[in-house]
Design a binder for this molecule. Structure first.
Ligand code: TXA
Ligand code: MG
Length: 335
């Protein structure tokens, strides 16, 4: 299958491929998504196949208007309205009780809920409008691989496996949306951290529930969180600490004849005096948004340098740092 590259000028063509049940990747502000019309079971199954994704992992429905969500759910709570007003279009996904039969059953993977998000990317909002049907959009990587933040990442994983990609340039945020479950009986709960933080959310809707209420079946956890994720083929080790710790860690690895690659902020890289070191600068010291922006590209790039190990900078898991550490720890876990 030839994978076509669509641009702003050819959005209508991309829309027509989708309308016929094809699979076209699209840009968002977080990562690229793998698009198909949410009403066609056949089209949605193609998305699972292209990704190699387990069928018990549900998909997010991407909309261009809040009205579409309201029409699709049993109940659109006040909280959902407040969150949509505050953060949409933007990197927040809400899980709600779905009306039966609206969308392809494969989307919900056996749950009674559907998750929705309105991405903040002009081309993709126009694409959804042109199709006139919401699009599913799991991250456009092969299952277990780092999520794609560039057109080249999408092609690396998907060339020949999907009908096309809408080129929207590099994504801005770099890590996937915050996922909040609004169907949890004990109160709203965050299932996946993103750059929209719990503090920002609580400012809009009041306190979150501490944990998922597992006493009711109406409270699904994000099934995707249990799978191996974000991992390059090269092992990743998280390193925390100052420049001295880093220098020692890199030296130790070298002495054991490991070929080392390092992804860290520029203050740490400039303090490392080691020859033949492959490095990727994640940004200025302390810039969590730059680190999120570069994270997946760093993992993919350093996977190609022939290193035995990628040493990756750990940071406190607070604010948007929680999103960064969530992905990095998964990339580093052997499971
Ligand atoms: O930023 C994003 O959210 C990107 C862009 C493309 O929009 N999409 C994305 O989709 O990250 P995906 O499929 O890679 O991750 C969605 C996560 C998974 O962990 C999945 O299990 C969870 O959200 N999820 C989706 N629908 C759910 C539902 N109804 N109940 C519980 N968890 C759900
Ligand atoms: Mg994903």
């Amino acid at each position: 299958m030839e994978t076509k590259i669509f641009t702003e000028e050819t959005i209508a063509q991309a829309a027509s491929v989708l309308t016929k049940g094809g699979v076209v990747a699209f840009p968002t502000e977080t990562v690229y998504g793998l698009g198909a019309i949410a009403t066609s079971q056949e089209a949605v199954v193609r998305v699972f196949q292209a990704k190699g994704r387990p069928s018990d992992n549900p998909l997010i429905v991407h909309v261009s208007h809040v009205e579409t969500v309201k029409e699709s759910v049993v109940d659109f709570p006040e909280m959902a309205q407040q969150l949509a007003d505050a953060f949409w279009p933007g990197p927040l996904t809400m899980i709600l009780h779905a009306k039966e039969g609206r969308y392809a059953p494969a989307i919900s993977a056996g749950l009674s809920t559907v998750s929705f998000r309105m991405p903040r990317h002009d081309l993709t909002l126009r694409l959804i409008d042109a199709v006139g049907i919401p699009l599913v959009g799991p991250s456009a990587n092969r299952s277990t691989r780092p999520s794609p933040t560039k057109l080249s990442h999408v092609l690396e994983d998907m060339d020949g496996r999907i009908d096309g990609v809408l080129d929207g340039g590099d994504t801005v945020v770099g890590v996937e949306s915050t996922v909040i479950d609004l169907t949890n009986a004990a109160g709203p709960v965050i299932l996946r951290p993103g750059v929209i933080t719990p503090e920002q959310i609580e400012r809009e809707i009041g306190p979150l529930a501490a944990t998922v209420d597992t006493t009711t079946t109406a409270a699904p956890k994000a099934p995707g969180m249990k799978y191996r994720h974000y991992a390059p083929a090269t092992p990743v080790v998280v390193v925390e600490g100052d420049a001295t710790t880093w220098q020692k860690t890199v030296q130790d690895a070298k002495e054991q004849h490991y070929k080392v690659a390092v992804m860290a902020t520029s203050d740490i890289l400039s303090a490392l005096s080691v020859e033949e070191l492959h490095t990727y600068a994640l940004g200025e010291a302390g810039s969590v948004s730059e680190m999120n922006h570069h994270l997946f590209d760093a993992l993919r790039s350093l996977d190609h340098v022939g290193a035995d190990v990628i040493l990756a900078q750990g940071i406190p898991a607070v604010g948007a740092g929680a999103a960064y550490m969530n992905r990095l720890n998964k990339a580093a876990s052997a499971k």
